[in-house]
Design a protein around this ligand. Structure first.
Ligand SMILES: NC(=O)c1ccc[n+]([C@@H]2O[C@H](COP(=O)([O-])OP(=O)(O)OC[C@H]3O[C@@H](n4cnc5c(N)ncnc54)[C@H](O)[C@@H]3O)[C@@H](O)[C@H]2O)c1
Length: 349
């Protein structure tokens, strides 16, 4: 039998610890070391019973992991991942893949040159309900996809912004939160040709947006809108609706994405599908509702299982650095559209 894959964790903060929890449930992998210069990391490594390093480069040299999970701050993602690729170590890199497209291009080139894979942590794609939604769309259950409505409307408590960098330019909910929704829209609906956008910081008054409205045109002709705010007492967001993370009390009956096509419509995460009994029917006939089913499972755990197969060279990453780079390009296009008041196309990677 193959022995468990030895995985090191670089960055043992909130997200790194979640990865560790899920890693403990896998037979095919085990944590072998932690690298994090932060004040709590050494005690956490002792708790986990693994070697501790303040410097991840020393960890790569001495612990010789077979794969790493990188969950350090965004600005360090690409430089850390490049060092791991140079050491020949496959990477699960938290989102966003980087903070600028140029550095992501460097990462994509390094992964291609070395042949060492990078999986980016857009974990929602691993959620079985998203896999089922994508399958339904691909099978033509909605006909020609025509309109897409996405909602991300939540109330972050004021204390969330006690941490200074969260209030400063460069952070912001587009890169922190809406990047997940934009990645799922690409995954479900296809590539985006162009966007128009308006952002506002009128509620909180910080350097970053607290509300956005985005119009999207997809390559396949579908049109979409995404409205987001982290300053509203509202129930419409993946976080509250999907039940994926128990820290957010669930609003199970509320949708966050509504996809409509010429033959049917789908609400996510409920996976309710609407359609007519016969082609050619219209609004005077009853619109039928079907509850689609799927086998619920933990997206983060499924992502780790996939990562083990990626690191062993058995499968290609579901979300490569280039793929995640296209999601980052979409975020950049939205920022540019909001700044210029013009329609903007995501840059080609
Ligand atoms: N997939 C998701 O849904 C999701 C959710 C939350 C955060 N994230 C991502 O995870 C990453 C970490 O976020 P977080 O909320 O855990 O932040 P955090 O601040 O809780 O943790 C970051 C950790 O990185 C450590 N660190 C700093 N410099 C380092 C270095 N040079 N080498 C190694 N470790 C270093 C810090 O000491 C800290 O422990 C971010 O990129 C964030 O975007 C993803």
């Amino acid at each position: 039998m193959t022995s468990p894959l030895r995985i090191a964790l670089i960055g043992a903060g909130v997200m790194g610890r979640q990865h560790h929890q899920h890693l403990q449930t896998l037979a095919e992998a085990q944590l072998c070391a932690i690298a994090d210069p932060g004040p709590q990391a050494e005690a956490f490594a002792a708790e986990c019973g693994v070697a501790y390093f303040a410097d991840y480069r020393q960890m790569l040299d001495e612990a010789r992991p077979e794969a790493v999970i990188i969950a350090n701050p965004n600005a360090l993602h690409v430089s850390t991942a490049l060092d791991c690729l140079a050491a020949g170590v496959p990477v699960l890199l938290e989102k966003p893949v980087g903070v600028h497209l140029d550095e992501v291009r460097e990462l994509v080139a390094a992964s291609e040159r070395t042949g060492v894979p990078v999986l980016v942590g857009h974990h929602r794609r691993h959620n079985p309900l998203i896999a089922r939604a994508r399958e339904l769309i691909e099978q033509g259950a909605l006909g020609r996809l025509t309109t897409v409505t996405a909602l991300w409307q939540v109330q972050k408590p004021d204390s969330y912004y006690d941490i200074p960098w969260r209030r400063e330019a460069g952070a912001g909910m587009l890169l922190t939160n809406l990047i997940h929704d934009l990645d799922l829209l690409r995954h479900l609906c296809g590539e985006v040709r162009q966007v128009q956008a308006i952002t506002s910081n009128a509620v909180r008054g910080f350097a970053n947006e607290d509300s956005v409205a985005v119009l999207l045109q997809f390559d396949n002709g579908a049109l979409g809108s995404l409205t987001g705010s982290d300053a509203v007492a509202a129930p419409w967001s993946w976080e509250l609706d999907s039940g994926e993370n128990p820290v957010y009390p669930q609003q199970a009956d509320q949708p966050c994405y509504l996809l409509a096509g010429t033959r049917g419509a789908l609400s996510i995460p409920q996976l309710k599908r609407w359609h007519y009994a016969e082609d050619g029917a219209g609004w005077h006939q009853p619109l039928l509702r079907t509850q689609e089913t799927f086998n619920a499972d933990e997206a983060l755990r499924l992502q780790l299982q996939h990562f083990v197969r990626v690191a062993r060279g058995q499968v290609a990453p579901l979300v490569s650095a280039a793929d995640a780079g296209r999601t980052l390009a979409l975020v950049e296009a939205i920022r540019q559209a909001a700044e210029t008041g013009r329609a903007c196309a995501p840059q080609i990677l």
